[in-house]
Design a protein around this ligand. Structure first.
Ligand code: AMP
Length: 393
């Protein structure tokens, strides 16, 4: 058996999963976190058990060494054949996953201005994994790559063209690995070749984005140059009037960084509800009559429905609308409420089917009369492993 170690590295955390793609099994997974706090820890899930241990020091290299030791003591290390890395921004350099070499590292570095929070952390992850596994091939899988098939009229902003030419200012889109995975699964569920499908994929988690996928290719998506554009998210505003920046700067006496922080970390469901960024908690608060929670969920669903309608434009027809991510896979209320706004397309919710789709299963939640809405569980780690192996073969 040849297994793939999937690495998803953040600025202070390092997630891993060991995937056996021949059987689509996750053999082990875990999270090293609080990497720069006094006591960094590593949690590992394997064979139905979960164990948390203290790491021997701070930083990404020690975390990676901890993961290596954890795999070794569980007898899993010898099967690791390659390493797949999630990289958030590949700019216009990468249209698909790629084997990492010096030139690739340089290109990922060049994309740092487009993703200043994510790409440096992704590079740290690659560096420490290359130290830990110097003899294995390493592959980068980009969140943006799937969207490189968007036509220019979908990815350009109506700002001076020099900003695009000189600074790469355009829409890139994110969550590509998830959108690609669930649309592939949806085609299987519909029993159609992917090449003949027109699908809308709504990835609704802490971050949310929606993509129009025609014949297996992304033709439009809601996130833009950064993951702030588009839908309402846990703490991100999604679309706003761009003049709000100037208004907030003046009215609240904030600088650009503070305005950006407010839109990324204090807005979205959290800002609207004044309660939480967590949909599960908001649903409970709504049931108890919390006005802010009720409003936040209403805005979330309405904006989502509007974006579904927008994504129908490049598709011409909708074979299926897919709900995925923590909210999409679990929130019966969000799915029901969103479809209620989409009467114009003829979606007809099957209440029983919708009730049954929580915590794992994939399937249809509409009746057999109108267009289909599906719940499909996403699996970004599996997709990264599959792409890693595809590139290497
Ligand atoms: P993710 O980022 O994909 O892990 O998704 C996180 C989001 O999914 C959070 O807003 C959670 O509250 C939401 N979520 C998870 N389980 C449920 C559930 N049973 N009902 C409603 N929302 C849920």
């Amino acid at each position: 058996m040849r297994d793939t170690l999937v690495i998803n590295c953040g600025s202070s955390s390092l997630k891993f999963a060991l995937i056996r793609s021949a059987t689509q099994e996750t053999l082990a997974s875990g999270l090293a976190e609080k990497l720069f706090e006094p006591e960094p820890v590593l949690t590992v899930k394997h064979a139905g058990a979960k164990e948390t241990v203290k790491l021997s020091g701070q930083g990404h290299s020690i975390a990676m060494q901890g993961i290596l030791d954890a795999l070794n003591t569980r007898g899993l290390l010898s099967e690791v054949a390659n390493v797949g890395h999630r990289v958030v921004h590949g700019g216009e350099f990468f249209k698909s996953a790629t084997v990492i070499n010096e030139k690739v590292l340089e290109a990922i570095e060049q994309c740092i201005p487009l993703a200043p929070l994510h790409n440096p952390a992704n590079l740290l992850g690659i560096q420490s994994a290359m130290e830990a596994f110097p003899d294995l091939p390493h592959v980068a899988v980009f969140d943006t790559a799937f969207h490189q098939t968007m036509p220019e009229h979908a990815y350009r902003y109506a700002v001076p063209s020099s900003l695009y030419r000189e600074h790469g200012v355009r829409r890139y889109g994110f969550h590509g690995t998830s959108h690609q995975y669930v649309t592939g699964r949806a085609a299987e569920l519909l029993g159609k070749p992917l090449a003949d499908t027109c699908l809308i994929s709504a990835h609704l988690g802490n971050g949310c984005s929606i993509t129009a996928v025609k014949g297996g290719k992304s033709v439009d998506t809601s996130m833009g140059m950064t993951p702030l554009e588009g839908l309402v998210m846990g703490t991100r505003s999604g679309d706003i009037d761009p003049n709000l920046h100037q208004f907030m700067a003046q009215a609240l006496n904030l600088n650009v960084d503070q305005v950006t922080d407010l839109l990324n970390k204090k807005s979205g469901l959290l800002g609207l509800s004044e309660r939480s960024n967590d949909m599960r908690e908001l649903e409970e608060a709504r049931q108890a009559g919390h006005a802010g929670a009720t409003l936040a969920i209403e805005v979330f669903c309405y904006r989502l429905a509007r974006y579904v309608a927008a994504m129908a434009v490049p598709l011409g027809r909708i074979d299926a609308l897919i709900f995925t991510g923590g909210i999409g896979e679990n929130s019966r209320f969000v799915r029901e409420n969103t479809l209620r706004h989409l009467g114009i397309f003829g979606f007809e919710l099957d209440a029983e089917r919708n009730q049954s789709m929580v915590g794992g299963p994939s399937g249809q939640i509409t009746t057999d009369r109108g267009p289909v809405a599906l719940v499909v569980g996403t699996n970004e780690e599996l997709m990264i492993a599959l792409q890693t192996e595809k590139v290497l073969s």
